[in-house]
Write a protein that binds this ligand. Structure first.
Ligand code: ADP
Ligand code: MG
Length: 220
C-alpha cells in the first residue's frame, strides 16, 4: 500500500503558478509541497510582474515569495546584475543568499553574491569582477560599491527590500534612497516586511509603482 500525501488546499499548489517544470521539480526536491499563505498570496501577483508590499510574520516563507519572481525575471545568459536584494543585517543577507541558491538550482550557472559591511572589501571586489546575476547585501556596503563603481545596476530588473521595517529602524532610509537612485526606473520592486508602520508605507509610496498590498493576519 502506498501512502499518498493529501492534496494541498485550494490555491496552494506551486503547480498552479507559471513556473517552469525544472523549477517545480526543484521545489519538490526541496520538500516544498505547497505554498505557504504569504507565498500563495504574493506569487501570482509577483510572477505577473506587479510591484508588491507584502507583510507576514517571520518564518512564513517570505524569501521564496520574492526569490522565485526574481529568478523568473532573470536571463542567465546575460551576465550582469539583474536582481538586488537589500537586507538589514549580514546574517539575514547570508540566509537569503542560501535560500536563493537552493531555489536557483533549477537553472545552471546563476551566480549570486553577498555584499555586506563588516567583511573585507578585497574578496567582494574579486567576486564582482567575475560578475554576478544576483546581489544580496546590506544598504551601506552596496552603496560603497556603487560609489567606487565596482557594482553597476544598469541591467537590474528586480529590486527587493527585505525586512523593510528593520532596515528603517536601523537608520538605512537615506542609504536605501541613494541605492534606488542607481536603479533603472523600469523595474519590478518587491517590499517585504514583518510589520507595516507609517515609514514603511512612505517608503513604498515613494519607490513602488501601483503596488499590490498583501497582508496576512497574525494567525494563519
Ligand atoms: P521569512 O523570511 O518569512 O522569515 P523564510 O523565507 O526564511 O521566512 O522561510 C522560513 C523557512 O521555511 C525556511 O527554512 C524555508 O526554507 C522554509 N520554507 C519556505 N517556503 C516553504 C514551503 N512552501 N514549504 C516548505 N518549507 C518552506
Ligand atoms: Mg525573511
Amino acid at each position: 500500500m502506498t501512502e499518498r500525501s493529501p492534496a494541498p488546499p485550494a490555491g496552494r499548489a506551486f503547480q498552479d503558478l507559471p513556473l517552469s517544470p525544472a523549477v517545480l521539480e526543484n521545489l519538490q526536491r526541496l520538500g516544498y509541497e505547497q505554498m505557504t499563505p504569504i507565498q500563495a498570496a504574493s506569487l501570482p501577483l509577483a510572477l505577473a510582474g506587479k510591484d508588491l508590499i507584502a507583510q507576514a510574520k517571520t518564518g512564513s516563507g517570505k524569501t521564496a515569495a520574492f526569490a522565485l519572481p526574481l529568478l523568473a525575471n532573470l536571463n542567465p545568459r546575460h551576465f550582469a546584475v539583474q536582481s538586488l536584494v537589500l537586507c538589514p543585517t549580514r546574517e539575514l543577507a547570508e540566509q537569503v543568499t542560501q535560500e536563493i541558491r537552493r531555489l536557483a538550482r533549477a537553472e545552471e550557472n546563476i551566480k549570486i553574491i553577498t555584499l555586506c559591511g563588516g567583511a573585507t572589501m578585497r574578496p567582494q571586489l574579486a567576486s564582482l569582477a567575475h560578475g554576478a546575476h544576483v546581489v544580496v547585501g546590506t544598504p551601506g556596503r552596496i552603496l560603497d560599491h556603487l560609489a567606487r563603481a565596482s557594482l553597476a545596476l544598469d541591467a537590474l530588473n528586480t529590486l527587493v527590500l527585505d525586512e523593510a521595517d528593520r532596515m528603517l529602524d536601523m537608520g538605512f532610509a537615506d542609504d536605501i534612497a541613494t541605492v534606488i537612485g542607481h536603479c533603472p526606473k523600469q523595474r519590478q520592486t518587491l517590499l517585504f516586511s514583518a510589520t507595516y508602520p507609517d515609514d514603511v508605507m512612505k517608503l513604498a509610496s515613494r519607490y513602488l509603482r501601483e503596488p499590490q498590498e498583501v497582508k496576512l493576519a497574525e494567525r494563519h
